[in-house]
Design a protein around this ligand. Structure first.
Ligand code: MF3
Ligand code: CO
Length: 259
């Protein structure tokens, strides 16, 4: 079993992660285009699974831990992550997080975004935009010699001026031949502390910011993570690899160099 810490990835491994990442990006594009008022979360999951399977990939979430029932997570409003696609129909003003993972020839891509449905409040749009910016600030720290704490510190610092609750109970992670590998990648931390990054590693960085407190709860479905205070939450995620040519985000239509 590979580990985000220990397995040196060859260029062909990175090439496979590039394919997995591109398929996750295509899934994001298709689901984003379909997400309108009146559309059910389940119907978005159907679209997502088609994109994965038509690209010679498998959905990594489906059957995860023996029970996850879908290709994507659909987390609406006060849901932070791991929302199960239900018959719920999207409404104007909602915010929706889509999280998806694909496996190509054994290698994983994992990414998430949050979007508004129709017109949304300025407060909600700002939450979405700042959480995305935190992701990119974290990604910019992914280079050999930097440490896990550099990523967390950059993410946390992005939330600070806005007073957002930075979720601590769920984190990013190493990724490669499994969706979740060591090390875990918290969205808080101290610069120059923690595990040292090096070439050959791949990470999923995934800030989760709340309009209220950082506290979380899990619904009776045993999956859906919500804010304890009911305030709305946003989530963004990309998969990034430290290749011999630099650090590249894989979960985009084309790999993008970030460091
Ligand atoms: N993208 C999520 C993560 O990084 C995984 C979703 S959990 C699952 O942890 F059950 F849906 F697979
Ligand atoms: Co992830």
């Amino acid at each position: 079993m590979g580990s985000g810490l220990l397995s040196i990835k060859t260029s062909s491994d990175f090439a496979k992660m590039t394919v997995a990442g591109r398929v996750v990006a295509e899934l994001h594009t298709e689901v984003r285009a379909a997400a309108h008022p009146g559309v059910s979360l389940k119907s978005l999951d159907v679209i997502a699974e088609k994109v994965v399977r038509s690209n010679d990939c498998r959905p990594s979430f489906l059957g995860y831990q023996g029970t996850y029932p879908a290709t994507i997570c659909t987390s609406v409003n006060s849901m932070i992550v791991h929302g199960i696609p239900t018959e719920y129909e999207l409404r104007e003003g909602d915010i929706l997080s889509i999280d998806a993972g694909a496996i190509y020839e054994g290698w994983h891509g994992d990414a998430a975004f949050t979007m508004g449905i129709g017109e949304i409040s300025q407060k909600a749009q700002q939450l979405i935009d700042v959480t995305e910016r935190a992701l990119w600030n974290g990604l910019a720290e992914v280079k050999p010699g930097n440490r896990i704490g550099d990523i967390g510190a950059a993410v946390e610092a992005t939330a600070k001026p806005y007073g957002y609750g930075v979720v601590q109970g769920y984190t990013g992670h190493g990724i490669g031949q499994a969706m979740h590998e060591a090390p875990s990648v918290p969205n808080y931390g101290r610069a120059r502390r923690g595990f040292k990054l090096r070439e050959g590693m791949a990470l999923a960085i995934e800030p989760m910011f709340n309009l209220g407190t950082p506290d979380t709860a899990v619904l009776d479905d045993d999956w859906t993570v919500v804010t304890a205070d009911g305030a709305w939450s946003a989530h963004w995620e990309h998969t990034v690899g430290l290749t011999p040519d630099g650090s590249f985000v894989f979960t985009l239509p084309e790999p993008k160099q970030v460091a």
